[in-house]
Every structure is written in structure tokens, then in C-alpha cells.
Design a protein around this ligand. Structure first.
Ligand SMILES: Cc1ncc(COP(=O)(O)O)c(C=O)c1O
Length: 355
């Protein structure tokens, strides 16, 4: 397979723009429109997001996930507060301290938990272990849905965290860079895993779902969005030609491409998991739930695959190789990868040297 047509497994952000987003961008390109979000595309996109969540939420469009998470978290507390998140959460490991920076110092405190998930017990322990003035006062829990380890929180798990959070006076932020994959996997209405499960603010991912760029910050508790437009502007996240951030949302939400894309990526990951489980010597590290599979592969095999041109990460979270599928991953990509892996692991008859 040549590199020009090969779909890699490194990240869903290796994929291009899906047709629905592309076509909406082309339509938005006609003529002139007011800047800074005063245009019809932005209004329509926000309305569609309100329809998706079946509630009257406040919506802001920003360029990327780091800014969405950081600015959303900053709006939940003061500089002396802290945010609790899983130890492999993107806000902790991959945002270069942006949540602390944009909140003027709100500290991110990490929690352990199986499968990349925060538990009510861990939240409670982190809050109760210190209540004095020397400890950064916990104010929020940040949950990633789907998680960095490709697992998803079921509605009941979210509600249990909410009950604990509520009893401890904590707000809930959700990093939904792969929110669509979680909805597709769980088969629930988006409201069931957001505001009906206590989520105050969601960073709804567009980029990994098939857009060129863009995330939506969705405030279910609208009191928290006060002056959020100023935060966006100050952080360089108020797009001058906002219609080009908003139009892809219209294209993807109107016809349901957001869920189709997520379902497809999840299905490709399920196929990949099945293929990998059938190869002796490959250990799948945990059951796949969204669009990624984590597997332990011998180091020389990782090198062999990479030398053969495959791109994937082997430094994410607790190790193993992360194999991520996207909206445009094809069955033939999955089967080609599995075949190359099998060839490296399982000696063929002809390659076996007989005494
Ligand atoms: C869990 C998670 N959150 C957020 C992001 C978004 O980050 P970025 O700032 O690269 O858009 C990513 C991207 O890898 C992610 O995996």
C-alpha cells in the first residue's frame, strides 16, 4: 500500500475532512458574512447543537481541544481552586499546562483508576484528604468521554460521579474530543451522558470526528458562561471568520454525519480488535469500546511495522501501542495492517529455517 492512499492508525487527526464538512465549508464560502460569530452559520450551528442535546445550552466555537478544555475549566473556578482528573487525562498529560495557564493557576490534581476512568471513591478521597487552606481547593472534576484509553463512561457511572461531585460541591467538565464515538458506542441520547448526568460544560470535539478544525464549548449550566466570550477573545480563540469554524458543524449535524462517522470509526476499531486477537503474540490490553485499540506488541515488531510505513503511537498512557481508527479508515487498511503484523510475528513456512 502506498503512503498516498494508506490510512494510518496514529490518530483520528491524521484523517482529512469528511465530505459533509467540506461541502458546508464550500457553501459558507459564497459571498460575504459578518465576522466574529455574528453570521447565520454560527447561529445555525449553535441551534443544531441545542437540538442535539435537547436543551437550551450556551455554545462557543473554538479552534482546538486544548483551548476548549482550558477555557472551559478556567470558567469553573478561581486560581486557588483545583480540578480533579484521571492521571492519563489529556488536560494533565497533553496540554502543556494550558488549563493552569488560562485559569491563572488552578491546579490539576490527578487520580488513579482502571481503564482511564475516574471513580467516585477517588474523587471523594482527593477532596477529603485535605480541607485546610494550604491545599488547592477542589472545585471541579474533569472526565474524558471517550477516555484516553478508548473506554467509555456509561450513564450510571457518570451519575455515580455526579452524586459524589454534588455532595462535595464540585462542578463537572467533560473533555469530549471523542464524544461522538462515546454516543455511538453507548447508543444513548447525548443528553443522557451530559446534562442529565450532571455535566456542566462539555468540550464537544469536531476535529477528530471529521472536520478540519474546531471544537464547541457547550455550557449546560448557563450561569458558568458569563463573559466566556472575553476568555475566548483574550486567548486568541475568537475566530474572525467564524463562519468557517461553524459551517462544518452545520454540515455534520444536519444529516447525522457526526454519528455515522463515529459509528464507522468504532466499527473499524472493532474489526481491528478482532483481527489482533486472532494473531498469536499480540496482547490486546483492554476491550475496545470506542475507536481505538491498545495492544502490546514486541518492540522489534513495532519497529518492523514502522519501517514498513505504518504510523501509530506507542507512548500514550500506560504504554502499549495505540491504534486509532478514523471516519475514513477502511476495512482494507485494517486487514493490511493485521496482515503485516501477522507476517512479522508468525513465521511463514518458507521463512522457517529447518535443521
Ligand atoms: C482526549 C483529548 N482531548 C483533547 C484533545 C484535543 O487536543 P488539541 O488541542 O490537539 O485539539 C485530544 C487530541 O488529541 C484528545 O485526545
Amino acid at each position: 500500500m502506498t503512503d498516498a492512499i494508506r490510512r494510518h492508525f496514529a490518530s483520528d487527526n491524521y484523517a482529512g475532512i469528511c465530505p459533509e464538512a467540506w461541502e458546508a465549508l464550500a457553501r459558507a464560502n459564497a459571498g460575504h458574512a459578518p465576522g466574529y460569530g455574528e453570521d447565520a452559520w454560527t447561529a445555525r450551528a449553535a441551534d443544531l447543537i441545542r437540538q442535539v442535546f435537547e436543551t437550551d445550552c450556551d455554545v462557543y466555537f473554538v479552534f482546538n481541544g486544548t483551548s476548549a478544555n482550558s477555557l472551559a475549566l478556567a470558567s469553573l473556578g478561581q486560581s486557588y481552586h483545583s480540578v480533579l482528573c484521571h492521571e492519563v487525562a489529556h488536560v494533565e498529560t497533553d496540554e502543556c499546562g494550558a488549563p493552569e495557564f488560562f485559569s491563572n493557576g488552578m491546579k490539576v490534581l490527578t487520580l488513579a483508576g482502571a481503564g482511564g476512568k475516574v471513580t467516585p471513591a477517588a474523587v471523594e478521597h482527593a477532596v477529603r484528604r485535605r480541607t485546610d487552606v494550604h491545599y488547592p481547593k477542589p472545585r471541579a472534576v474533569s472526565l474524558t468521554q471517550a477516555t484516553e484509553l478508548g473506554t467509555v463512561y456509561a450513564p450510571d457511572e457518570l451519575k455515580a460521579i455526579w452524586a459524589t461531585a454534588r455532595s462535595l460541591g464540585l462542578r463537572i467538565h467533560m473533555d469530549g474530543a471523542r464524544f461522538a464515538n462515546a454516543v455511538a458506542e453507548l447508543g444513548v441520547a447525548p443528553r443522557e451522558i451530559t446534562w442529565q448526568a450532571g455535566v456542566d460544560v462539555l468540550c464537544f470535539g469536531g476535529t477528530k470526528n471529521g472536520m478540519a478544525v474546531g471544537e464547541a464549548v457547550v455550557f449546560f449550566d448557563r450561569t458558568l458562561s458569563a463573559e466566556f466570550d472575553y476568555r475566548c477573545k483574550q486567548a486568541g480563540q475568537l475566530a474572525s471568520k467564524m463562519r468557517f469554524l461553524a459551517a462544518p458543524w452545520v454540515g455534520m449535524l444536519e444529516g447525522g454525519a457526526w454519528l455515522r462517522n463515529a459509528r464507522h470509526a468504532n466499527a473499524m476499531a472493532a474489526l481491528l480488535e478482532k483481527e489482533l486477537r486472532a494473531i498469536p503474540g499480540v496482547k490486546v490490553l483492554q476491550p475496545r469500546q470506542a475507536n481505538s485499540v491498545f495492544a502490546e506488541l514486541p518492540k522489534p515488531v513495532v519497529r518492523g511495522l514502522q519501517d514498513g510505513g505504518w504510523r501509530f503511537y506507542d507512548f500514550i498512557a500506560w504504554g502499549g501501542s495505540r491504534l486509532m481508527c478514523a471516519w475514513d479508515t477502511r476495512e482494507e487498511d485494517v486487514r493490511a495492517f493485521a496482515a503485516d503484523l501477522r507476517a512479522l510475528l508468525v513465521p511463514t513456512e518458507s521463512s522457517v529455517v529447518r535443521p
